[in-house]
Design a protein around this ligand. Structure first.
Ligand code: NAD
Length: 504
């Protein structure tokens, strides 16, 4: 329970107002293991109020021009950018990630999400076809869907939440969002900015439509905090929420699919991965090794796109492993504010125990642990001894069928295994239920294209990792999800299309 320090108390944001809740849940600082914040434990009543507010705001917001919505999104982006440091500090404390990563990735990308959709909403066109022999033309129109339900995870809290809010409201929907109960702070801080966001120049007021007020009008974005089973399910089951955009785990997606089925809801599901890196003998190891350390351990390995199976061609296996382990040992674990730390704390005690249990299972199966868990010692200050830290861990001598090679671990653990041929490695890389992201390392251009095409994966990076082009589709195959997100894909998801035929 709480210590003597005053705890940060969050409130729901419904209809433009911050509202207290009748009950709260504790939220922990992952770097100390102490409770530092209390998150509303909302339920059906709060969802009912939020959906009502969103429904009432929909006619006004959806009838604004894209240009006007775009201006509001840009204003939110500007305000967020002005508060970048404050948000980065909060994200790092709440999630356990390094402050450096929050400063350079999470918050800048959240700013970019608003700017990107503020711009892309202005550039969509619709299709038109002619049937002159029948005197007809056909065209399509798109309209926002209504109240969008948005559910996001704890690994990239504001980054993934804004990747949903921005396209949803840019397209004219209103939203009820539920961030992860483990990382709710930056979402709550965002509500204050939404309240402030207005029209940047007096001149633009002239272009405002009648009845429009400055800022994101009350009810356009509602954020309700709490747990998945309580408030998440209330949102997903609500009959007046026709669309759910969810990022999280596969078991939760299964439950959301079941709850949505009676209402035929539009679903976008961005789920987990078991992402392979395939390293051919002609790879540039000077580039590949640091990039693969990063792809395995960035954000404590808590990114859905992180590498967790490394296939290395036999002729370079020994050299790769030696250099990879050396580089991993230099990947420093430290308290989130340590400027030299590459990795901070994992999200929770339960998650840390789960990740560690995979290493134990690998050992029991006869695998070898080269560095990290059980091999090396953590070096942390006294006040972080109860934090959820773990060293980056490299496993070898493990079978493809092992749970460490088939299940998503979502922590700083990666397996390295040898392969002989191109055909063999494609088959082995594809032989898991997931299909989110893969990396291929080779200097043979023909091979790079061939392998990328055959991998069952929504994203393939070759000779690089995590270079994102927001215009193009993002998402996974197989159990990694349904649907894609990006400029056109998000627009398609957050709108309904209609075909109109006119006979003249
Ligand atoms: P999770 O599924 O436990 O939770 C995600 C969100 O769903 C949280 O807000 C949670 O409260 C909510 N939720 C939980 N149960 C629910 C229910 N019954 N009904 C409605 N909502 C419910 O996932 P997590 O542990 O927060 O996140 C980690 C997972 O997310 C990993 O599997 C990771 O790969 C995945 N992920 C995927 C992507 C992607 O873009 N594909 C990105 C980031 C994370």
């Amino acid at each position: 329970m709480a210590g003597t320090k005053a705890l940060l108390m969050l409130e729901n944001f419904i209809d433009g107002k911050f509202l207290p809740c009748s009950s709260y849940i504790d939220s922990y600082d992952p770097s100390t293991g102490e409770v530092y914040c209390r998150v509303p434990n909302s339920g059906k009543d709060e969802i009912e109020a939020a959906v009502k507010a969103a429904r009432e705001a929909f006619p006004g917001w959806s009838s604004r021009s894209p240009q006007e919505r775009s201006r509001v999104l840009n204003q939110v982006a500007d305000l967020l950018e002005q508060s970048l440091e404050e948000f980065a500090q909060a994200e790092s404390k709440d999630q356990g990630k390094t402050l450096a990563l929050a400063r350079t990735m999470d918050i800048p990308r959240s700013v970019q999400n608003f700017r990107f959709f503020a711009s892309s909403i202005l550039h969509h066109t619709s299709e038109c076809t002619q049937m002159d022999h029948l005197g007809c033309m056909h065209y399509t129109v798109r309209a926002p869907v209504g109240v969008a339900g948005l559910i996001s995870p704890w690994n990239l809290p504001l980054y993934l939440l804004t990747w949903k809010i921005a396209p949803a409201i840019a397209a004219g929907n209103t939203v009820v969002a539920k961030p992860s109960e483990l990382t709710s702070v930056t979402a709550w801080m965002l509500c204050t900015l939404l309240d402030k966001a207005g029209f940047p120049h007096p001149a633009s007021c002239l272009q405002r439509q009648k009845g429009a007020t400055a800022g994101v009008p009350p009810g356009v974005v509602n954020i309700v905090f709490g747990t998945g089973p309580r408030v998440g399910e209330a949102l997903v089951s609500h009959p007046e929420v026709p669309l759910i955009s969810f990022t999280g785990s596969q078991p939760t997606a299964e439950r959301i699919t079941q709850l949505s089925a009676p209402h035929c809801k539009k679903l976008s599901l961005e789920l987990g991965g078991k992402n392979p890196a395939i390293i051919f003998e002609d790879a540039n190891l000077d580039e590949c090794i640091p990039a693969t350390v990063r792809s395995s351990f960035a954000n404590q390995g808590e990114i859905c796109l992180c590498t967790s199976r490394i296939f290395v061609q036999k002729s370079i296996y020994t050299e790769f492993l030696k250099r990879f382990v050396e580089a991993t040992r230099k990947w420093k674990v430290g308290i989130p504010s340590d400027p030299l730390a590459s990795m901070g704390a994992l999200i929770s005690k339960a998650h840390l125990e789960k990740v560690r249990s995979y290493v134990k299972r690998a050992l029991a199966e006869g695998a070898q642990i080269w560095c990290g868990e059980g091999v090396d010692k953590l070096n942390l200050p006294a006040r972080s001894q109860a934090g959820y830290f773990m060293l980056p861990t490299v496993i070898t001598d493990i079978k493809d069928e092992s749970c460490c090679m088939t299940e998503e671990i979502f922590g700083p653990v990666t397996c390295v295994v040898p392969f002989d041929s191109e055909e063999e490695v494609i088959e082995r890389a594809n032989n898991v239920k997931y299909g989110l992201a893969a990396t291929v390392w080779s200097s043979n251009v023909g091979r790079v294209h061939r392998v990328a095409k055959k991998l069952q994966s929504g994203l393939v990076w070759t000779n690089c990792w995590l270079i994102r082009e927001l215009n193009l589709p993002f998402g996974g195959m197989k159990s990694s999800g349904i649907g894609r997100e990006g400029a056109k894909d998000s627009y398609d998801f957050f709108t309904e299309i209609k075909t109109i035929t006119v006979k003249h």
